[in-house]
Design a protein around this ligand. Structure first.
Ligand code: PGA
Length: 253
């Protein structure tokens, strides 16, 4: 069975003190929460809050990871984040290929493929983000863009090791324009079919495919009804612990 996965992407928000308050609220909540589903809750803090997160979430149910890693484990790469150090700090996850990395920081599919392989080589579970721009959608290119990002992004993956996918239409990120449930389901179904054809039945059945882009507690409840949506990657609405917890409970109860 596929896991439900609900992830918070803090982007470049929060100080270590704010992070600590938020994470303690998540721990308090997670102690009493019982889900009917197999599930994980994952926090992606900004880089300078990773150490605080590592300390506070040690031995807790709530998992965590970095919003970005470099594709080499160590070396002369000024300013980059080592996946080896991240793994040593106890992270379980690495977010890879977020559209802000692709668009603002010019990350290519080639770099993204290497990052997926680097994460897997250190037992960090990659959450690969893919998604079309508004113009690509209007030109009817959505599926071909997603296929290309999947093929390139997963090119160097290690067979037998798990990964997850976040479908995040670029036009929905931070805009308040959430995809309609059927629109999202169509993309998720296409992604699952692609996995079936290119990675096999086992991978297609067990890989969690998340939706991201302006998810709020209400839209999470609606999108969650779709058969191929296995959870969410949430930015703005996950910045407050209470709002993130509402999204989690609307997904898992
Ligand atoms: P948003 O961000 O929920 O604020 O749209 C989602 C993301 O960028 O992962």
């Amino acid at each position: 069975m596929r896991k439900k996965l609900i992830c918070a992407n803090w982007k470049m928000h929060k100080t270590p003190d704010e992070a600590e308050l938020y994470l303690r609220a998540m721990i308090d909540w997670s102690i009493s929460f019982k889900s009917n589903h197999e599930s994980e809750v994952v926090i992606f803090p900004s880089q300078l809050c990773l150490e605080t997160t590592s300390r506070i979430l040690k031995d807790q149910k709530v998992q965590w990871g970095a919003q970005n890693i470099y594709s080499e484990v160590q070396g002369a790469f000024t300013g980059e984040t080592s996946p080896k150090v991240l793994a040593q700090l106890g992270a379980q996850w690495a977010l890879i290929g977020h559209s802000e990395r692709r668009q603002i920081f010019k990350e290519t599919d080639e770099m993204i493929a290497k990052k997926v392989a680097a994460a897997q080589s250190l037992q960090l579970s990659p959450l690969l983000c893919i998604g079309e721009t508004l113009q690509q959608r209007e030109y009817g290119q959505t599926f071909s863009i997603l296929e290309q990002q999947l093929a390139e992004g997963l090119r160097l993956r290690k067979p037998g090791q798990s990964f997850s996918i976040a479908y995040e239409p670029v036009w929905a990120i931070g805009t308040g324009k959430v995809a309609q449930p059927q629109e999202a389901q169509d993309a998720h179904r296409m992604i699952r079919n692609w996995l079936l054809k290119n990675c096999g039945g086992e991978v297609a059945l067990t890989t969690s495919i998340l939706y991201g882009g302006s998810v709020k507690p209400d839209s999470a409840a609606q999108l969650n009804q779709q058969p191929d949506i296995d959870g969410f990657l949430v930015g703005g609405a996950a910045l407050e612990a209470d709002s993130f917890i509402s999204i989690i409970t609307n997904t898992l109860l």
